[in-house]
Ligand binder design. Structure first.
Ligand code: ATP
Length: 403
């Protein structure tokens, strides 16, 4: 009788977990080119709109996902990243628009039919099952393979996440990083077309997080599985992704490679969200196809003009320069701002130098010994790498500063 009761309890427990687990399951794939759309996408999001009551959380979202890419949804808290991921997984419905997998709509399809798996920040391992049984759970429920084949597959995915030998451990006997690896192995054993990862490293400390970033991107390359990864951490996104979708307020602001997003932000939001920059107001003196001459206070300098924006001579513009692409020199240098050092601050591997240029202050970040051993009060010359500077037309609400 006791045994029977216990079995019933476990069965209930398993059902609860199965429910959660299958809810976490979805598949997606896409093939994308450089822009928003590609010829044969694995997954296409077509004019997706989503409301929570009156709140318009996803606004007309359209882009393609490539087969085998590591695509990251990046944006500030509350911008709609998780909601978009959940729509792809089928855990949230969309109000209008379509989701196409290999050209066919999956909009109305149940999550467990979509061949997509999701890995969450809180791992969601079954606490009463050991590592082996956690990983074997999905294939056993689906009856997709016999125990013999399963044994080999579990070993394969454990090897992929470098956890061979941990089969008998219970989840509470694992560290956070190990639990996350098991959660990933449990998803990978299903060979999903797309693995959706919602801030999977969020609960880990900084050192482990960095280590796992490297492991995850190596794992993605090794398996060739399409990863759609959610984070609000720009460094994580820049380090790991093939392409990044920058979102704000439910809108896709930019989609591109990390290098593109970093060097060629398309608007003021992306400019201020990615990297640390000095934002300055300048007047455009002259423009050519590739460069523009701008006036900042008493300085007239030449700046790269990417040509993505219409910048007219005589207009006011935003000059945004990456702090770490600027250099400080004690020697007179051409095409430079001349300024007075306000402070030199050694912060770990960084040297942060604040400099007064005219009546504004800018920050330069250097990682190695600086060209000149300057200190507060010294006159210095500030230059920048061509690609470190971006010229943008002014937008509502923009402001000068160090961001
Ligand atoms: P974070 O990085 O903080 O996780 P996010 O970009 O993933 O943020 P979402 O979780 O997608 O953001 O939430 C987007 C917005 O929708 C937020 O304002 C959030 O409060 C709201 N929201 C999310 N889920 C619901 C819900 N079930 N009901 C009502 N509002 C919701």
């Amino acid at each position: 009788m006791r045994g029977c009761r216990r079995w019933q309890l476990n069965e209930h427990f398993d059902r609860q977990y199965l429910l959660n687990y299958t809810n976490f399951t979805t598949t997606i794939v896409a093939q994308a080119g450089k822009g928003l759309f590609v010829k044969q996408p694995l997954l296409s999001l077509v004019n997706i709109n989503k409301f929570f009551g009156d709140f318009h959380v996803l606004k007309d979202i359209s882009f393609d996902i490539r087969q085998g890419e590591f695509l990251t949804l990046l944006g500030p808290s509350g911008c709609g990243k998780t909601t978009l991921l959940r729509c792809i997984a089928g855990l949230e419905s969309v109000h209008s628009g379509d989701i196409l997998l290999n050209g066919s709509s999956i909009r109305g399809m149940a999550p467990n039919k979509r061949n997509v798996n999701t890995v969450f920040q809180n791992y969601a391992l079954f606490p009463h099952l050991n590592v082996y049984d956690n990983i074997a759970y999905g294939p056993r429920v689906k009856k997709s393979m016999g125990e013999g084949e399963l044994k080999g597959k579990v070993a394969d995915v454990l090897e992929l996440v470098q956890m061979l030998g941990y089969e008998k451990r219970m989840p509470h006997q694992l560290s956070g990083g190990q639990r996350q690896r098991i959660a990933i192995a449990r998803a990978l054993i299903n060979e999903p077309a797309i693995l959706l990862l919602d801030e999977p490293l969020g609960a880990l400390d900084l050192k482990l997080r960095k280590h796992m970033q490297t492991e995850l991107s190596q794992l993605q390359k090794k398996t060739g599985t399409t990863f759609v990864y959610v984070t609000h951490d720009q460094e994580e996104a820049l380090n790991m992704s093939d392409r990044i979708v920058v979102m704000d307020q439910g809108v896709v602001q930019q989609l591109g490679s990390p290098r593109d997003i970093y060097n060629n932000p398309v608007n003021y939001f992306v400019t201020t969200f990615i990297g640390d920059r000095n934002i300055l107001q300048v007047k455009v003196v002259e423009t050519s196809e590739t460069h523009a001459q701008v006036q900042f206070g008493e300085h007239v300098v030449t700046i790269r003009n990417s040509g993505q924006h219409r910048i007219e001579e005589g207009q006011t513009a935003i000059l945004a320069v990456h702090m770490d692409k600027m250099r400080v020199s004690c020697e007179q240098t051409a095409n430079a701002f001349v300024g007075e050092v306000l402070s030199v601050h050694y912060a770990g591997s960084q040297i942060r130098i604040r400099i007064k240029v005219g009546n504004k202050s800018i920050t330069v970040v250097e990682y190695q010994k600086i060209d000149c051993d300057c200190e507060a009060g010294d006159q210095v010359y500030v230059t920048w790498e061509d690609h470190g500077a971006t010229l943008l037309p002014p937008e509502d609400g923009w402001a000068e500063g160090e961001v």
